[in-house]
Ligand binder design. Sequence first.
Ligand code: F6P
Length: 539
Amino acid sequence: MSLPNINPTTTNSWKKLQEHFKEVKEVHMKDLFAQDLDRANKFTIKWDDFYVDFSKNRITEETLKFLLGLADEVKLKEAIKSQFSGEVINETEGRAVMHTALRAPKSSEITVDGVNVMPEIHQVKEKIESFTNEVVNGHRKGYTGETFTDIVNIGIGGSDLGPAMVVDSLQYYKNHLTTHFVSNVDGDHVNEVIKKLNPETTLFVIVSKTFTTQETLSNANTIKSWFLKSADENDIAKHFVAVSTNIKNVKAFGIDENNIFPMWDWVGGRFSLWSAVGLTISLAVGYNNFDNLLQGAHKMDEHFKNEDFKTNIPVVLALISVWYNNFFKAETEAIIPYSQYLNQFATYLQQGIMESNGKSVDRNGNPIDYQTGTIIWGEPGTNSQHAFFQLIHQGTKLIPADFIGFTKSLHANQDHQDKLISNFLAQTEALLNGKTESEVIAEGTQKEIVPFKVFEGNKPTNTIFINKLSPESLGKLIAMYEHKIFVQGVIWNIFSYDQFGVELGKQLASKILQEFNNTAVNTHDSSTHNLLNYYKDFS
Ligand code: F6P
């Protein structure tokens, strides 16, 4: 069975939403709160250690009813079932989409192409566990008998962003190993990392699902050459491991068979941190913490799979986002974590969300005449308050934002935590209420300055309040966004799990690379032609 194939704009719910939008588009949330004293409770989902308040949105109970109707009409329930049961929902690549199986308990039975994949998954997890323990405990040693002090993850996109974000987010839980990430083909990146390394005590984890990615192979080769300046070929087995589906290419690179951590084509790159792609996470925070991350994600999977849509966190967040994207025509969404640990979270989600839902052709291959994937951006608060919040508060654009915060701080510095959370709460309140002209005047503001100090308010936010940043709660949070992506892809009737849009640039880059050696190049538009020749003059 494939995914349902329904143009959302042809549904009754879509039409009702269009009519409804005309009625409510100017309504101020302040008035909605004043009219219904129970609004915050009605629009809050409490689940496990998550408190998700979506009451500060430009929605009424009717809006939600129509949005939930839309979810039913596009057959979201059936789509969820198809995904979790291993059907080939990535139809353009002929693959199942089974990152959820990676975090399912060993006892589950999940089949892809008629084969239960759980034994293989757990075999690889056991390999990750024993390898991690050997490295962390110092039993595994480098070519001179030294224990490892540094880990370098070499990968890009999903083979970098997920592990890098999680390691950074869980640095409180980190062990003694120093982790580095090399991703960019910009040689300055790899050279800056190499500068800090001792080949005798460094372990390299090459992560590439395809093992054909230009950036990753270039960086891996540069690092191998650097390593071989002090070690010899036989030592590679002690210092290089790889995560890939392409065992043949990994071996050709010179990596020992025992040092290969397999993955499967039913794991999409941007959803792969739960697989052996997360090896660097396991090395950095220990296998138990890695496993807790997976268990947290599994809890969110169960919530998503079983919870009524009305109280289903990923479903409700996805629907609200569709409301702004397709009716208010909001182009972007901001992700604002009030935790410095989540510094890389928005960057990570940019790939997850934009590579998945940046599509303009529907499941029939026809061009779409409605909006799909939102532009994602963001930075932690309070820093972002001093950077781009001005535009969110008083600019001309509507920017729905997710505010993510933790009730407890990890270092238990209550003074800082109270200040942080007071800002976290104050911002969503300010965005909701704004400040009226009479309020500005009442503050004694000089008459001519009054218009500049008025805040319209009515800016939508979701508040996602979590007890504490832990491997488990982070796992839940990431999985929450993964499911939001899926729901939106189903509603927009697009294929969320391919990424052909990345290919064209890659193909042209390899053509141009060859042309750097040609004397006369005249196969481009005049701009590219001039730029190419300008560069050639310098090289
Ligand atoms: O950006 C395109 C992409 O294919 C991503 O989906 C993927 O995460 C990344 O490149 C890296 O691919 P690989 O793991 O095969 O090196």
